[in-house]
Design a binder for this molecule. Structure first.
Ligand code: MG
Length: 176
């Protein structure tokens, strides 16, 4: 079960104060796209997403999109947002994430993964040994391919919550 335990939980990335990341030594966020930043139906970034990235940049935080979705979905979105990206990332497998970290010379202690799914985002982050912030989905609708993951996500999430293993981000300032 421990591989599903996130470092922290948030209702959404949009509610998190950038100071939370900074107090934890983070300089780079690996952010999931669909249902973390925007609906999978949003082909270009919402104003909210644009404002968020601007706010993070002003706080000195880089965002990199890590999406399991295809290149042709992720590229135009990331380009318009002005951020780097990985597409077909292959979460829950950490291979592509590890490769990116190595290529860019990043330190995993300075990264956090943020995503709405236990079966992909949380698992990939934990396997890569990168801290994870698990969020709730921002819109109701999921891509059809995600429905299967939710069948597992729901009861595990419920279990983690019951065990007190979903700690709110506000209680996780400055852990290092
Ligand atoms: Mg997602």
């Amino acid at each position: 079960m421990s591989k599903f335990v996130p470092f922290a939980h948030a209702k959404s990335l949009y509610e998190i104060d950038p100071e939370f990341f900074k107090s934890n030594g983070v300089t780079t966020l690996f952010v999931d796209l669909d249902n973390t930043l925007d609906s999978y139906k949003c082909h270009s970034p919402s104003d909210n997403a644009k404002e968020l990235i601007k706010k993070l940049k002003e706080a000195g935080l880089d965002a990199v999109i890590i999406s399991n979705n295809r290149y042709k979905r992720v590229l135009p979105y990331a380009k318009e947002l002005g951020v780097d990206f990985m597409s077909s990332t292959g979460k829950p497998f950490p291979r592509k994430i590890n490769k990116y970290v190595l290529e860019k010379g990043l330190n995993k202690e300075n990264i956090m993964v943020v995503g709405d799914q236990l079966m992909t985002d949380t698992l990939a982050g934990n396997r890569a040994k990168i801290r994870v912030v698990l969020t709730e989905k921002i819109v109701k609708e999921d891509q059809p391919t995600t429905h299967f993951n939710r069948i597992f996500d729901r009861p595990i999430r419920k279990h983690l919550r019951k065990k007190g293993l979903l700690v709110d981000w506000k209680d996780k300032y400055g852990t290092r």
